[in-house]
Design a protein around this ligand. Structure first.
Ligand code: 5GP
Ligand code: MN
Length: 337
């Protein structure tokens, strides 16, 4: 942890107005880290608020403190003044203000001091305090180390432990991605000791599907295409299919990983038509050294991590797939070694 984080401890020594912001379309790590910080900062006597750019999936709404999250897109009138009067803004689980989209201009206007805690590659430098570590499997694990570095490990209560556990679990694929280290397991062991109910948390996130979501998965798997010559898989879901299976936010989470379960496959991508706007959301996953962060940055206006990234395409589905197939040729060597 770098020294300016220690300076942040001095800032946090007296009560402040603090806003905590996760990225747009927040996932388990973004919501988990935001709520863990919310509980921690509230415990320290700060006036903390969590403002998410928009809606997130139902399978995250059981988390302690969920009722305190304001969604900027629907609660702008309440959220904007909070940002304006904030002394300090924590941005969690993202590396560029572009990731909050419509909230960006409001954040940029704020006179608050910014603090970033994040594990994505190539962080921007908008924050006075930056704790960035792309080797970390989750922002939630970094929140644990942050609290530890403040010498407040004993303050981690059941609520904080539960939120941190959730984000570590979701971002490490339930502790199986290579980013999971022995330290991750030590952190998780301590969180269980502090009250995180591991089996209940897993159940709440992964075993609360509606039937239509499983049918949507069936549709996605039927649409899966294996490009054997590139050890690559892609999946498409168009608007009609999403509507047919009553798509709700979060329903497609994890679908892209099924591609990687095929023998020898190194690269898996899912293209999902947005149900409201004319663009295609892309999720990319890889195993080994093939950097989906680089590919998403260069070709799909996105980014992320080496093995997990996201992006978008403003072309229609067919043209997007054509573009994707064409550029695969440039990566053939990397994908077939
Ligand atoms: P997912 O595919 O699950 O949406 O995201 C995979 C990883 O890439 C996550 O760490 C997420 O934060 C990041 N990511 C997703 N979409 C984008 C994007 O449009 N731009 C950037 N820079 N990162 C993204
Ligand atoms: Mn994350």
């Amino acid at each position: 942890m770098n020294t300016n984080i220690q300076e942040l401890a001095a800032v946090l020594a007296s009560p402040k107005n603090i806003v905590i912001v996760p990225h747009k379309n927040p996932d388990g790590d973004a919501i988990g880290s935001s709520l863990a910080m919310y509980h921690y900062l509230t415990l320290l006597g700060h006036n903390a608020s969590v403002i998410a750019p928009n809606e997130y999936p139902d399978f995250l709404k059981w988390m302690p403190g969920n009722e305190h999250i304001l969604k900027f897109d629907t609660k702008r009138k309440i959220a904007k003044p909070l940002i304006e009067k904030a002394d300090l803004i924590f941005t969690l689980d993202f590396n560029s203000l572009d990731r909050v989209e419509d909230m960006k201009p409001v954040l940029e206007k704020s006179k608050a001091v910014f603090a970033m805690i994040d594990h994505h590659e190539q962080p921007d430098d908008y924050a006075k305090y930056t704790y960035s570590d792309p080797k970390m499997g989750s922002t939630c694990e970094m929140i644990y180390h942050f609290i530890d570095s403040m010498e407040h490990r004993e303050k981690i209560n059941r609520d904080i432990a539960t939120c941190i556990y959730t984000g570590i679990m979701t971002d490490t694929g339930s502790f199986r991605f290579p980013s999971t280290t022995s330290i991750t397991h030590r952190v998780v062991a301590d969180l269980i000791d502090k009250g995180a109910e591991n089996a209940d948390i897993h159940n709440a996130v992964y075993d609360t599907n509606g039937l239509s979501r499983l049918h949507l998965l069936g549709c996605a798997l039927k649409n899966l295409v294996l490009l054997k010559e590139y050890n690559t898989v892609y999946i498409t879901l168009n608007r009609k299919e999403l509507e047919q299976f009553g798509f709700r936010k979060g329903d497609t989470e994890g679908f892209v990983n099924y591609g990687l379960s095929l023998k020898d496959v190194k690269f898996s991508v899912i293209f999902i038509e947005d149900t409201q706007e004319d663009f295609i959301k892309i999720s990319l996953r890889s195993v080994g050294n093939f950097s989906v962060n680089a590919l998403a940055r260069e070709h799909f206006n996105g980014g992320g991590h080496i093995n997990a990234a996201g992006g978008r395409s403003d072309l229609p589905m067919e043209e997007t797939i054509e573009k994707f197939k064409t550029l695969l040729a440039d990566y053939k060597e990397e994908l077939t070694v």
